[in-house]
Design a protein around this ligand. Structure first.
Ligand code: NAP
Length: 255
């Protein structure tokens, strides 16, 4: 009998954006907890294969599939692959996303810029959540990665904050839709995390400002965010649904 408290053995997971950052840390944590994990990524094959190799070292079967998840066909292909490899899916972590790092006042923001962010961070997550709603087995879990920006806004990044706000709303409705099947649907909302996405800002003067906004006094690691995601995927959180869980070191002021 397993002595693990957080035991995901027998669970079949799909993690989007699993090649790097939060998605990578999540895929590896789910694998360590005993799940079989398939990751989706856009184009960085070497990084994705390295995650698969690491999962195999953890004795967990896994796969990686490249695709642009703003495309319906690529989302379907990712779930088809999970069906082929694992015979179905129990856990879906919709994590992929972009954060255009340049500060752009809304008055200067182009429609193209706005639409690109909304397409990757919201429309694409609609496609992932829709496919998850169709395919996740009863008793499964869906977790999406939002952002603290959704609740407190993000000055000069209105596109990003709005995309994540939409995601929070999506989660709340879907949680009720899927509740009769025992499927939980939640979001985690991180603040600043040390990943490629934020490297440009956090390696410059922006780091001090970011740190000042975090009561716990440090920038999160990807593993800091993967832990709450794994919890929400586990039976420990089986009575938690429709929630947005902040994972931001206590940062609550407007960003
Ligand atoms: P990251 O290191 O930049 O990695 C992004 C991942 O998403 C990569 O695996 C990338 O694939 C994949 N991806 C991007 N666009 C895609 C597309 N169209 N189709 C398929 N895959 C795509 O990101 P991160 O910092 O770990 O962020 C993960 C999530 O946390 C995002 O939703 C982000 O908005 C959220 N978040 C991050 C922070 C932060 O401070 N970093 C804070 C709050 C919330 P490739 O490797 O192939 O490019």
């Amino acid at each position: 009998m397993s002595r693990r408290v957080l035991d995901l053995s027998g669970r079949r997971a799909v993690v989007t954006g699993g090649s790097r950052g939060v998605g990578r840390a999540t895929a590896l944590l789910l694998a360590r907890a005993g799940a079989r994990v398939g990751i989706g990524y856009r184009s960085r094959s070497e990084a994705a294969l390295q995650v698969v190799r690491r999962m195999h070292e953890l004795n967990s079967a896994g796969f990686a599939l490249a695709g642009d998840l703003t495309r319906e066909a690529d989302v379907e292909a990712l779930f088809d692959r999970a069906d082929d490899a694992f015979g179905g899916v129990d856990l879906v972590v919709g994590n992929h996303g972009i954060w255009p790092s340049a500060d752009i006042p809304l008055a200067q923001m182009t429609l193209e810029h706005w639409q690109r962010t909304l397409k990757v961070n919201l429309e694409s997550l609609f496609l992932v959540c829709r496919e998850a709603a169709r395919r996740v087995a009863d008793g499964g879990a869906i977790v999406v990665v939002s952002s603290t920006a959704a609740q407190r806004g993000e000055t000069f990044h209105g596109d990003y904050a709005a995309s994540k706000g939409g995601l929070n709303s999506l989660v709340k409705g879907l949680a009720v839709e899927l509740a009769p099947r025992g499927i939980t649907v939640n979001a985690v909302a991180p603040g600043w995390i040390e990943t490629d996405m934020t490297e440009e800002v956090l390696s410059g003067p922006g780091r001090t400002k970011a740190l000042e906004s975090i009561p716990l006094g440090r920038i999160a690691t990807p593993e800091d965010v993967a832990g709450p995601i794994a919890f929400l995927c586990s039976d420990l959180a089986r009575h938690v649904t429709g929630e947005v869980m902040n994972v931001n070191g206590g940062a609550v002021r407007p960003g």
